[in-house]
Design a protein around this ligand. Structure first.
Ligand SMILES: Nc1ncnc2c1ncn2[C@@H]1O[C@H](COP(=O)(O)OP(=O)(O)O)[C@@H](O)[C@H]1O
Ligand SMILES: Cc1cn([C@H]2C[C@H](O)[C@@H](COP(=O)(O)OP(=O)(O)O)O2)c(=O)[nH]c1=O
Length: 231
């Protein structure tokens, strides 16, 4: 009978998540990290939350259009977890099993920060939803992009003007500045509580400088990348 070769720790596919407030540059940096990994011959995919699978994208539209707002943060935490469960089962776990690295623009820390620490949902409910939805697939590394929310909004507005785009804003982007400051503190407290998994990087730098800082954090955490040892 054929036996699967054991995957060595050095060659195991990694799951990396990006977290932080609105407009700090997560999507931009997820794309850049994907390219950097591919340049090092690492198979990788990028995805996002809420979303990543057709069912989770349906939940994303429902929430971000504001249709669940009146249900309150507890019910919204359940909806985000339902989307996550499908995302983990259908996309994240199968890719990791096949040796493909997964980069996700937001993941469970967003529920913890938005619905839990900022929205006031009980920690026990958040923890229960987390263990249900993750099913053992905690990220290997979480990059938290940190920035003063006022400066981030200014940057997004300037970029929108440069690109001739209208600023719209979804359900959460419309919250007050104080709320966004609390959210920032929430992400920083998650980083303090999970020092082995989380790295905080200042997002108040150019896209290129930030990309280099993220690459340094990723290669420090996974030195096998520089040895070119993905089996
Ligand atoms: N380091 C940066 N400096 C200046 N502008 C940036 C930087 N990173 C991203 N942007 C711009 O800010 C806006 C939000 O970036 P994005 O990557 O979509 O953020 P997020 O995914 O965190 O919401 C975009 O217009 C993007 O081009
Ligand atoms: C994954 C997740 C996202 N969210 C919120 C954060 C964002 O406001 C929104 C996702 O919208 P998105 O447009 O992806 O925001 P951003 O570009 O800032 O990442 O959903 C939660 O409140 N809880 C969650 O668990």
């Amino acid at each position: 009978m054929l036996q699967e070769a054991p995957t060595s720790k050095a060659s195991r596919a990694r799951f990396i998540t990006f977290e932080g407030g609105e407009g700090v540059g997560k999507s931009t940096q997820v794309k850049r990290l994907l390219q950097n990994l591919q340049r090092h011959d690492i198979e990788a995919v990028r995805t996002r939350e809420p979303g990543g699978t057709p069912k989770a994208e349906a939940i994303r539209s429902f929430i971000l259009q504001g249709r669940s707002e009146s249900w309150g943060p507890g019910a919204e935490a359940v909806l985000f977890a339902a989307a996550r469960l499908d995302h983990v089962n259908q996309l994240i776990a199968p890719n990791l099993r096949n040796g493909t690295w997964v980069l996700s623009d937001r993941f469970h820390d967003s529920t913890r920060a938005y619905q839990g620490l900022t929205g006031g949902v009980d920690d026990k409910l958040i923890a229960g939803l987390e263990s249900l939805a993750l099913d053992g697939h905690a990220p290997d590394l979480t990059i938290i992009l940190d920035m003063d929310p006022e400066a981030a909004f200014k940057r997004v507005a300037e970029r929108a003007i440069e690109d001739g785009l209208a600023l719209t804003g979804d359900r959460f982007e419309k919250e007050e500045l104080e709320w966004h400051k609390k959210l920032r503190d929430g992400f920083l407290s998650i980083a303090r509580d999970n020092p082995d998994r989380c790295v905080v990087i200042s997002a108040a730098q150019s896209e290129d400088t930030l990309e280099a800082a993220i690459w340094e954090a990723v290669t420090q955490r996974f030195p096998e990348l520089l040895r070119g040892s993905q089996a």
